[in-house]
Write a protein that binds this ligand. Structure first.
Ligand code: HEM
Length: 328
């Protein structure tokens, strides 16, 4: 091993010397061929700064013995580094905020209780697209978090051997579901775009905290919180897809530096997506009474619609001649 390293070093150094980047090694023994005023550290420094090269090589990085381009990334990404630290604090904060909100406010109830009258809200196509995305999101989110946080939090518990199996399986699942995510994202964007453009009434909704702390706030088909989720999922989803493609095809699409930037973008976009997604899942299930009905059967209770989306209900009744059908 030592011999191979030395041979590579000599080739690299001689080639670098020809380019004038690395001080030459003495080629013969004898006092006149010593390093003179050039020390080992000069040589290593030159190599570290990209000196070297293989004869006949055409790639810029082929002959680089030590690639220092990624040092910033490995510092940022190491198990106890800022990405893992701030990322895990961010996700823990979202979970803690939801728990505090649930304890303080409880479930958001339907004003006046269920009426028993049904209002059509989502088409079958919308529900299928939504649930495919939800499943893919859960699979990618779970395996992605294992890959991001596993070294810091799982290795101490399960050990390195078990973690290497978990990480390999996660990587495979991630590579398999990544392309499905991209297709789902496009479908989700097309199917849910209508009703998600920002409007003036969104401002009022935001100022009054969406009625989550009491009082009724009017809203159209989707409220400002839902719109924020739609646009965050779209933008973070595009960032995840583009960076994911670069990472999947590094030979075709990436240089070393671009790959590290893609990894950073991928991790940040994923944390935003997962953080917001946890809030969405909470509000769509236990957080809001009756909300899940629409995504399962396609219908919601009329009093649910009046409580959360009164402008949509009125508009729908007016335009559809009194029929409570709000499907797109
Ligand atoms: C297990 C996971 C999920 C659950 C339980 C869930 C639940 C729900 C429910 C109940 C609704 C209907 C809300 C309403 O009627 O206003 C909804 C709407 C929606 N969901 Fe999900 N969801 C999940 C995951 C996702 C994911 C991963 C995405 C996107 C990336 C997503 C995107 C949407 C969109 C775009 C809407 C329409 C409202 C809007 O435009 O914000 N959902 N979800």
């Amino acid at each position: 091993m030592l011999l191979v390293t030395m041979m590579f070093l000599v080739v690299a150094v001689e080639h670098g010397a020809a380019q004038g980047t690395v001080p030459p090694f003495p080629s013969q023994s004898g006092p006149e061929n010593t390093l003179g005023d050039q020390s080992d550290s000069d040589i290593w420094r030159a190599i570290r700064q990209g000196g070297g090269g293989l004869p006949g090589s055409s790639e810029v990085t082929d002959g680089v013995l030590i690639n220092a381009d990624g040092v910033w990334w490995s510092q940022l990404r190491r198990p106890a580094g800022p990405l893992v630290r701030f990322g895990s604090i961010g996700i823990a904060t979202v979970l803690a905020a939801i728990m505090v909100f649930f304890v303080a406010r409880g479930r958001l109830r339907i004003d006046g209780g269920r009426s028993g009258r049904r209002v059509a809200r989502f088409s079958l196509a919308q529900r299928v697209v939504h649930w495919v995305m939800a499943v893919v999101f859960l699979l990618l989110g779970f395996t992605g978090l294992l890959l991001l946080f596993g070294r810091a939090f799982l290795i101490p518990i399960v050990g390195k051997t078990a973690f290497s199996i978990i990480a390999t399986a996660s990587m495979q699942a991630h590579n398999l579901f990544g392309p499905i995510f991209i297709v789902s994202l496009v479908a989700l964007f097309i199917t849910f775009l209508r009703g998600n453009s920002p409007s003036f009434s969104d401002l009022k909704w935001v100022v009054r905290g969406g009625g989550m702390f009491g009082g009724h706030v009017s809203s159209g088909r989707y409220n400002a919180g839902e719109k924020a989720w739609f646009w965050t999922a779209t933008i973070a989803g595009i960032a995840l897809s583009v960076s994911g493609l670069v990472l999947s095809f590094p030979d075709v699409l990436g240089t070393h530096d671009l790959l590290h930037r893609a990894e950073l973008l991928h991790a940040i976009a994923a944390l935003v997506f997962v953080g917001f997604g946890i809030g969405h899942i909470y509000l769509g299930t236990i957080g809001t009474e009756g909300a899940i009905d629409g995504m399962i059967s396609g219908d919601v209770d009329e009093n649910w619609a009046r409580t959360h989306h009164d402008l949509w209900l009125d508009d729908m009744k007016a335009t559809k001649g009194g029929a409570a059908d709000g499907r797109d």
